[in-house]
Design a protein around this ligand. Structure first.
Ligand SMILES: *Cc1c(COP(=O)(O)O)cnc(C)c1O
Length: 394
């Protein structure tokens, strides 16, 4: 009989998890800590930052802001782009200028990062939570279509939720972990029901649906360049749109709504200090130069994970149909919440950073009173979903 060995996990599940930890260590070529998603600086970041400091253009004026916006426009195909101080600020502006009014409801998933819901609330509107499809991580399209058909009514100034008698200010899908799904159906559905489509593409820089970049299907789209996103500016975000009037108004109110004049300070509406600084944009320009390399590496890492998990107990989540994903954070699905928690404990105890999906927004104290449809799929995912290390290797 083989004596029990305390260093070797007892159950088949833990043996599998130990193999997973070994695989991730080998993938990243380290015996040390493996982060979930670290920023990578291998290009012109330092040179461009030095240029900002040498020229003293460190703040809201400077050529890197424009260059960064131009690079993102060229890459995404959007006609206009406005760089903002964060993805959350960009989302707030997209909703505010995109037409969300105080008292409105905004259709959004319950399974998302809290910033999506916060931006809705900054507009004095409330989320109406829609379920998430387990196979795409996008909206449950059947539920959404059924709701729009039977749960809403048209009035002079828009479409109203029958149950609460509140107007629908926007439909706000989130491209979770970089996976973009069914935007063709969503565009058609929103057009049919007269609801403004605004895309939270914060996680989808470098993701495409039917060959078109995420964030360019709706009236307005939003990107984030936070420290753990696919490319980073330290902190930052961007609004992308083909609507020139929307872009100009956002440009205006993110710079305190100051009317241009050589010396007078006149502000013609409530403004914000939401623009990106030249320092942050300088990093952004350098990161854009590396984006293709990052995406190539991230997709190769996803392929390695798919192969590794192909015959194990956990299931690797693959990009949905018609989507070319950036695989921002790789997703695996465990059998249930107990296994999820055991996996999270073992990996994090052993220096491989993993994390669960966010707690559903409908369970947070500030959003628990908001209207919601059935959230069965979202809860199923919350119980099973884990993100595993996804930093590009370049
Ligand atoms: C990161 C993120 C945001 C917000 O971006 P910040 O730049 O961190 O403000 C918004 N929505 C989603 C889904 C995100 O993942």
């Amino acid at each position: 009989m083989v004596p029990s060995n305390t260093s070797s996990p007892a159950t088949p599940f833990l043996q599998q998890t130990e193999l997973t930890v070994a695989f991730i260590r080998e993938l990243y070529g380290t015996t040390g800590f493996v982060p979930l998603h670290a920023p990578v600086f291998v290009g012109n970041e330092k040179a461009y930052l030095a240029e900002c400091i040498d020229t003293t253009f460190v703040s809201y004026v400077g050529k890197f802001v424009e260059r960064f916006e131009k690079a993102v426009m060229d890459y995404t195909g959007a006609k206009h782009a406005v760089a903002c101080s964060s993805g959350t600020a960009a989302l707030h502006m997209a909703l505010h200028v995109g037409g969300v009014k105080p008292g409105d409801l905004v259709l959004m998933p319950a399974l998302t990062f809290v910033a999506t819901a916060n931006a809705v609330r900054y507009c004095q509107a409330d989320p109406l939570f829609i379920d998430t499809d387990r196979t795409t991580l996008g909206f449950d399209m059947a539920q959404l279509a059924d709701y729009l058909r039977t749960g809403t009514e048209r009035r002079n100034d828009g479409v109203y939720d029958k149950a609460t008698q509140r107007r629908l200010g926007a439909c706000l899908p989130v491209h979770l972990f970089g996976h973009v799904s069914r935007l063709d159906e969503l565009v058609a559905l929103c057009a049919e029901h007269d609801v403004t489509l605004i895309e939270d593409s914060a996680e989808a820089m470098g993701s495409f649906f039917q060959g078109r970049h995420a964030g360019t299907f709706g009236h307005v789209g939003v990107l984030s360049f936070n420290g753990n996103k696919t490319i980073t500016t330290g902190g930052g975000g961007m609004v992308i749109t083909d609507d020139e009037a929307v872009a100009e108004r956002i440009r205006h109110i993110t710079t305190t709504a100051k009317v241009a004049h050589r010396w007078e300070f006149f502000h013609d509406e409530l403004g914000y200090n939401y623009r990106l600084t030249n320092l942050n944009a300088a990093i952004g320009v350098a990161q854009m130069e590396q984006l293709d390399r990052y995406i190539t590496s991230k997709r190769a890492i996803a392929a390695r994970y798919a192969e590794f998990f192909g015959n194990g107990s956990a299931q690797h989540f693959a990009e949905p149909a018609d989507c070319q994903s950036n695989y921002w954070l790789n997703v695996i699905l465990l059998a249930d919440r107990t296994e999820r928690d055991a996996f999270l404990a073992y990996t994090n105890d052993n220096g491989v950073m993993t994390r669960p999906a966010w707690t559903l927004m409908s369970k947070l104290p500030m959003y628990s009173q908001c209207p919601a449809l059935s959230l069965e799929g979202a809860q199923w995912l919350e119980d099973r979903l884990v993100n595993i290390p996804s930093t590009p290797i370049v």
